[in-house]
Design a protein around this ligand. Structure first.
Ligand SMILES: NC(=O)c1ccc[n+]([C@@H]2O[C@H](COP(=O)([O-])OP(=O)(O)OC[C@H]3O[C@@H](n4cnc5c(N)ncnc54)[C@H](OP(=O)(O)O)[C@@H]3O)[C@@H](O)[C@H]2O)c1
Length: 338
């Protein structure tokens, strides 16, 4: 066992936000270096994940993910290096993925750490294309969406962590793939870097009209990351028997989303609308990891990510996700920098 005298820092939730979170809702706290007990490891985090579901954890409401406790360290996905170990199965020098993010150092039970291989993929990829968002895209398309070659697919939040892989996988399956994203730069990125056939800017207005122009034959599969006006447009443009994959509804996480007032069309068009939560699909992890690792090795999919530097930047990074910032792909924080 080696020792560390490095000071540690973590984020705490101070009060529950109303609407979009503001800086006074959270605090960055300095602490003494934590010490692992028997069966535990001390991890120096390298990358922290910021994810839309974290906004829901700030509410005191029953959900699929437990609420953050006030004045306690927040948590989330992270990857880092084991620098002290009292678990022989996870020695010092191992790189691990775990659930104690929002901090520079984490003490956790060795059996709660998933050892990852930094030689096989960049460490941050285990939070993105090879991690939870990647599995979400994969399960959403294949298991929930029952994707078939030749279909017309629309992916919203097309350049985000989930959307960027969903769009690329649909294209590889031989589908015509349309995206929607916020702003012309993201739309250009979607087409030029991710291979979308077209991308519409949802911030430019008349979302449904823009989509109708690029979906002249309607759509067979909608991968919904946004809800609200996007879901309404998908129902309006769906072909008979289309599938709507309800992955997320980020437009409703901080404010009331525009109403979806055309649900009656689900009946006449015989649509399948199915929600899912990725944690129910852990059994698909091995097949997903093998498939997407191979596609990455072969250069068939792009590992899209944006890195911001320093633990101080974590809260602003979460806000950028919730409001839509300039980032593309998986947004992670490099806590060793800054
Ligand atoms: N079901 C599950 O198990 C599961 C697992 C992971 C994630 N999710 C969901 O999947 C979705 C994407 O997650 P992610 O991690 O990949 O995040 P992300 O797409 O990387 O980031 C969120 C993006 O949503 C867009 N957005 C925010 N507010 C919007 C609004 N009002 N209208 C339209 N777009 C808006 C922004 O992109 P633009 O700048 O392009 O607008 C923002 O960058 C989220 O809804 C999330 O909750 C679900």
């Amino acid at each position: 066992m080696t020792s560390t005298q490095e000071p540690a820092r973590h984020w705490e939730l101070r009060r529950r936000p109303h609407g979009y979170p503001v800086p006074d809702d959270v605090a960055l706290v300095d602490t003494a270096a934590p010490e692992p007990g028997p069966g535990e490891v001390l991890v120096r985090n390298h990358y922290l994940s910021v994810d839309p579901y974290m906004r829901g954890r700030m509410n005191d409401a029953k959900s699929y993910a437990a609420a953050y406790e006030l004045d306690q360290p927040m948590h989330g996905g992270a990857v880092g290096e084991v620098i002290q170990s009292r678990d022989d199965t996870v020695p010092v020098g191992s790189f691990v993925q775990h659930g104690l993010g929002w901090r520079t150092q984490a003490v956790l039970r060795g059996r709660h750490a998933v050892v990852v291989d930094p030689a096989a993929a960049p460490l941050a990829s285990y939070l993105g294309v090879l991690g939870m968002p990647g599995l979400t895209a994969w399960v959403g398309l294949y298991d929930i969406g029952e994707l078939r070659p030749g279909q017309t697919v629309w992916v919203s939040a097309a350049t985000g962590a989930v959307g960027s892989l969903a769009g690329q996988l649909a294209r590889l399956a031989g589908c015509r793939v349309v995206g929607s994203a916020g702003g012309p730069d993201k739309c250009r990125h979607a087409v030029e870097q991710l291979g979308y056939d077209a991308c519409v800017d949802h911030r430019a207005g008349d979302l449904e009209g823009q989509l109708a122009a690029v979906l002249p034959d309607g759509l067979d599969l909608y991968f919904d990351n946004v809800g609200g006006d996007h879901l309404r447009a998908a129902i309006a443009l769906a072909n008979p028997f289309a599938r709507l994959v309800e992955c997320g509804m980020i437009s409703a996480y901080n404010e009331a989303a525009p109403p979806v007032d055309n649900l009656f069309q689900i009946v006449g068009k015989k649509l399948t609308v199915r929600g899912f939560i990725v944690s129910d699909w852990a059994h698909r992890q091995p097949l997903f990891a093998a498939h997407v690792s191979r596609l990455l090795r072969e250069g068939q999919v792009r590992d899209d990510s944006t890195v911001v530097e320093g633990i101080d930047a974590t809260f602003d990074a979460l806000l950028a996700l919730l409001r839509g910032g300039a980032h593309t792909g998986k947004l992670v924080v490099d806590v060793r920098a800054g």
